[in-house]
Design a protein around this ligand. Structure first.
Ligand SMILES: Nc1ncnc2c1ncn2[C@@H]1O[C@H](COP(=O)(O)OP(=O)(O)O)[C@@H](O)[C@H]1O
Ligand SMILES: [Mg+2]
Length: 380
């Protein structure tokens, strides 16, 4: 039998999605196939410290999603470049075991944006999910949209703004985008810093608030319609799941609707949509995954415009890209991964169990690593 792989589950993190990540780690730890894998828990606390945790008590209030916490009693560790996956104990400076592959279940900045992926590349360890480029390109909503536009994928109209640039008056932005306008930090997630504004005062306040999370923000045309999501799994030959729908009871799928209000949203899986729309969504999700150089897994989120909705906005470039009924909103290269999150649920509805999904992702990580390790690193 093949050697059991030590799988480092890297979770928590310096991010608004820290608690979601704790839940995901618990679910993965409980469901991972123990015949093939030996899970090793490495929790990242909110200040960014890496702690090696014991499976039996790595979480406090594990059964209570509102009060779940990382147990801080683990020993501080680090992964060092080219150490063969050795986990170095920062107190004793001795090795505390080693990992063969890492599953970074981290969301948002410092986890999903290429930073951790860069560190894992330097450590020379296979890891689950997109590499540095796919993670970074998928995280930055401005760069993501420009790459999608270049690939001819339908997206909404948008304007990117850096913190040193002059903020256009609301009326100017409305000329391009119509009203209301969505305002978001370029690099964030979980709807943190996302606002829907309809007048100059709200617009000014939202721009200022969004700039607290990033030095770049985007202004977007409002797309009225349903929110559909499609899961992708694979490297060179990725597959698309059945699409699902998020039905939010709030004005939009806000942070409160996602995490604070237990009745904030309902996931409808599979989504009730005509077959032709389903096929178009799957094809666009695959195209998006490829256009952004993603690998392993991603969830691609869409808007399905109301049947007779116009392109929105009175100006800008109206063309086939902005007039499509199906619009790509964003990609998530490390989507929520609890047992009841959309990504695993979509695969379950497509015939892949949670445990099989975890195994597939680890196998994909190892395959990519084996392929990349054959590349020449020297000309001599
Ligand atoms: N242009 C838009 N038109 C309509 N609703 C939007 C738009 N942009 C965002 N939203 C709403 O805000 C939510 C969060 O925005 P999103 O771009 O997905 O950011 P995040 O990366 O934080 O999830 C979406 O799920 C949707 O409900
Ligand atoms: Mg989103």
């Amino acid at each position: 039998m093949a050697k059991k792989l030590n799988v480092g589950i890297l979770f928590g993190g310096k991010s608004a999605e820290h608690e979601v990540s704790l839940q995901s780690a618990k679910n993965v730890y409980d469901a991972i196939d123990r015949d093939k894998y030996n899970p090793i828990l490495i929790g990242i606390d909110k200040s960014g410290r890496w702690l090696l945790n014991e499976g039996s008590h790595f979480l406090l209030n594990a059964e209570d999603p509102k009060n779940i916490r990382l147990n801080q009693s683990g020993s501080a560790v680090a992964l060092v470049p080219q150490s063969g996956g050795a986990i170095s104990n920062l107190t004793t400076l001795k090795d505390s075991g080693a990992v063969d592959v890492v599953f970074p279940i981290l969301h948002g900045p410092f986890g999903e944006d290429g930073t951790v992926q860069g560190l894992l590349k330097l450590a020379d360890i296979p890891f689950v999910g997109a590499g540095v480029l796919g993670s970074a390109a998928g995280m930055d909503k401005d760069v993501m949209k420009r790459l999608l536009r270049d690939a001819g994928i339908p997206i909404g109209k948008f304007i990117a703004l850096k913190s040193h640039e002059k903020v256009p008056p609301f009326a100017e932005a409305v000329k391009v985008l119509g009203a209301p306008i969505f305002i978001k930090p370029a690099n964030m997630g979980s709807s943190v810093g996302v606002y829907k504004v309809k007048d100059e005062a709200e617009y000014r306040a939202a721009v200022e608030a969004a700039f607290q999370y990033d030095t770049k923000i985007i202004l977007e045309e409002f797309i009225p319609g349903r929110e559909l999501e499609c899961a992708i799994l694979g490297n060179e030959e990725p597959a698309a799941s059945v699409p699902g729908e998020v039905i939010s009871t709030h004005e939009f799928y806000s942070y409160d609707a996602k995490y604070l209000d237990e009745h904030g949203a309902v996931l409808e899986i599979p989504a009730r949509i005509p077959d032709d729309i389903k096929k178009q969504i799957q094809a666009l999700a695959l195209k998006t995954f490829r256009a952004l150089s993603c690998e392993g897994l991603s969830r691609v989120d869409f808007f399905l415009k109301e049947e007779n909705a116009g392109a929105g906005g009175s100006g800008g470039n109206s063309n086939s890209i902005t007039n499509s009924r199906i619009i790509v909103n964003e990609i998530n290269t490390m989507p929520g991964f609890t047992r009841i999150s959309m990504y695993p649920k979509l695969w379950e509805a497509s015939g892949v169990s949670y445990t099989e999904l975890i195994s597939s992702l680890i196998e994909l990580a190892v395959k990519r690593f084996e392929k990349e390790r054959k590349l020449k690193t020297s000309v001599v």
